[in-house]
Design a protein around this ligand. Structure first.
Ligand code: FAD
Ligand code: DHB
Length: 392
């Protein structure tokens, strides 16, 4: 079997790439090692940057998002029992964010791609790459007991942090930058009405807490915790009590509670591999970089990568020019490092570190006061939060 672009992974990166290429008349095949049902139900990110929203509308996959998604014009930073609103809309000349869950984005992409007659193999096994430094690389995999050889002009490694693609960049070529954080996030889905009109990021002596939302009936919340902790150690009552303690205010704000329908703990890391390309293999999204979740950047960064990749491949097929392909890694890495910095900065400002001392805590407080009190500092937070414009 032959395809111009073989795409490994049916997450946001792989699916957006397939759809962007098809808009330019370039075919591709997506292979995914999980089932369609699993891919469509994994709970992950919830916040779309303005640029991601605009791109979905341009691509013709924004219909359901426009009805079911909710636009937020601000966020709250909460510390010392008080909330401080950051008016994203005013500070960014009218930009905003959209609350629309990642698995809904993925559902919309899969439906659109299958409707076009595009090929997605789910439940594949034993994915291996060959000849990535030649101009006819091959993806080998098993599907429904059959061994398949997918010959490609290019391979896009969109298989997330635990995928196989990244390992095909030789160790002698790759440089890895990473940081593990000494805390994780305990995330829950709570059946209750929203407790606030906008997201709340809370700094507290007991640790960070975040109030987010998924729908009018389902709320997403997180608390900072020990990354090694076992979720079995956390009863529902303990989680609610911890949220209430970290979010407490001097006014009459109340957390609206209900049954917890899902809970888990995620570790937190920053990670970047350079370069993001080797021969005819191009990495995109979590396969190439991870940011700690605060600020909700991972999904949006994945989309920015594949937007560049689709442009570069289009230039190759339509004008026989390789300049954008050659610049792919360097172009993406500019945004990647900006986003790495922003996510690290938000993480550092809002979490309690096990080794922090009173001086360190005063530094965090000074930064929080400055961020909410200075127009320049609020503006910097706001423009990064809604997402910097795509560079080209
Ligand atoms: P993924 O979404 O990881 O997609 C990769 C796909 O490749 C997966 O479907 C996987 O099954 C498939 N795959 C893996 N290996 C293979 C293989 N060998 N062969 C074929 N297919 C393969 N970001 C936020 O912004 N906010 C959040 O709240 C948030 N929460 C998160 C919670 C968790 C548990 C995780 C893991 C991530 C979270 N993220 C969050 C990050 C965000 O979800 C990711 O940045 C985003 O999914 C990246 O998209 P992607 O397409 O690059 O990778
Ligand atoms: C969500 C996650 C984040 O990391 C964030 O900063 C905001 C919202 C969420 O899952 O809803």
């Amino acid at each position: 079997m032959h395809t111009p672009v073989g795409i490994i992974g049916a997450g946001p990166a792989g699916l957006f790439l397939a759809l962007l290429l098809s808009l330019e008349g370039i075919d591709s095949v997506v292979i995914e090692n999980r089932s369609r049902a699993e891919v469509e139900s994994t709970i992950r990110a919830g916040v779309l940057e303005q640029g991601t929203v605009d791109l979905m509308v341009e691509m013709g996959i924004g219909e359901r998002m426009r009805y079911e998604g909710v636009v937020h014009h601000g966020i709250e930073l909460r510390f010392d029992r008080r909330g401080h609103r950051i008016n994203l809309h005013e500070l960014t000349n009218g930009r905003a964010i959209m609350i629309y869950p990642q698995h809904e984005v993925v559902k919309d992409c899969i439906a659109a791609r299958l409707q076009q007659g595009g090929q997605i193999f789910f439940n594949v096994q034993d994915v291996q790459l060959a000849g990535v430094d030649s101009d006819q690389p091959v993806i080998h995999f098993r599907h429904e007991q059959e061994q398949v050889e997918l010959h490609c002009d290019f391979i896009a490694g969109c298989d997330g942090f635990h995928g196989v693609s990244r390992a095909y960049i030789p160790l002698s070529v790759q440089q890895v930058y990473s940081r593990a954080y000494p805390f994780g996030w305990l995330g829950i889905l709570l059946q209750a009405p929203p407790s606030a009109r906008e997201l709340i990021y809370a700094y507290h002596q007991r640790g960070f807490a975040l109030v987010s939302t998924r729908s009018p009936q389902l709320q997403r919340m997180y608390i900072q915790c020990d990354p090694q902790d076992d979720i079995a150690n956390w009863s529902d009552e303990m989680i609610i009590e911890e949220l209430q303690a970290r979010l407490v205010t001097d006014d009459d704000w109340q957390l609206r509670v209900g049954p917890i329908v899902q809970k888990n703990i995620v570790a937190m890391r920053s990670f970047v591999i350079e370069p993001m390309q080797y021969g005819r293999l191009f990495l995109a999204g979590d396969a190439a970089h991870i940011v700690p979740p605060i600020g909700a950047k991972g999904l949006n960064l994945a989309i920015a990568d594949v937007r560049h990749l689709a442009r570069a491949l289009t230039r190759f097929y339509q004008q026989q020019r390789e300049d954008l392909l050659a610049a792919y890694s360097a172009t993406c890495l500019k945004r990647v490092w900006r986003t790495e910095h922003f996510s690290w900065w938000m993480t550092s400002m809002l979490h309690r570190f096990p080794d922090d001392d009173p001086f360190q805590q005063r530094m965090q407080r000074a930064q929080l006061d400055y961020t909410v009190g200075s127009q320049a500092a609020s503006m910097s937070l706001a423009e990064n939060y809604v997402g910097l414009p795509f560079s080209v």
